[in-house]
Design a protein. Structure first.
Length: 106
């Protein structure tokens, strides 16, 4: 059985890593928002994906719908358009995937 402390630690490490990735990718694309915005984006993304995977199960439909909702969240959090939100999201997914190879926490 997994302890509550280890789950909390796993969540915090993943949140910190995701926040750093979101923050720097957004900066590369000219976002002027703070680290707080990146933390919110990471939390919203986690909540959205968890909710849709819980409701729809794992699969392409859940991932697609959650991705669209997360794009909406990025658009609102960073006050950007759809295309820019999509480009930032794609780069975040690429960098996170690469980081996941080296950091199995993600």
């Amino acid at each position: 059985m997994v302890s509550t402390i280890s789950v909390l630690l796993y969540f915090l490490v993943a949140l910190i890593i995701s926040t750093v990735i979101i923050y720097y990718v957004a900066k590369i694309f000219g976002a002027k928002d703070s680290v707080i915005t990146a933390v919110l984006a990471a939390l919203v993304g986690t909540a959205v994906y968890a909710l849709f995977y819980y409701v729809l199960g794992q699969g392409l439909a859940a991932a697609f719908i959650a991705g669209i909702v997360w794009l909406l969240a990025l658009q609102k959090l960073y006050t950007i358009g759809w295309f820019r939100a999509l480009v930032i999201a794609v780069f975040i997914w690429i960098v996170t995937s690469i980081a996941g190879i080296f950091l199995p926490v993600l």
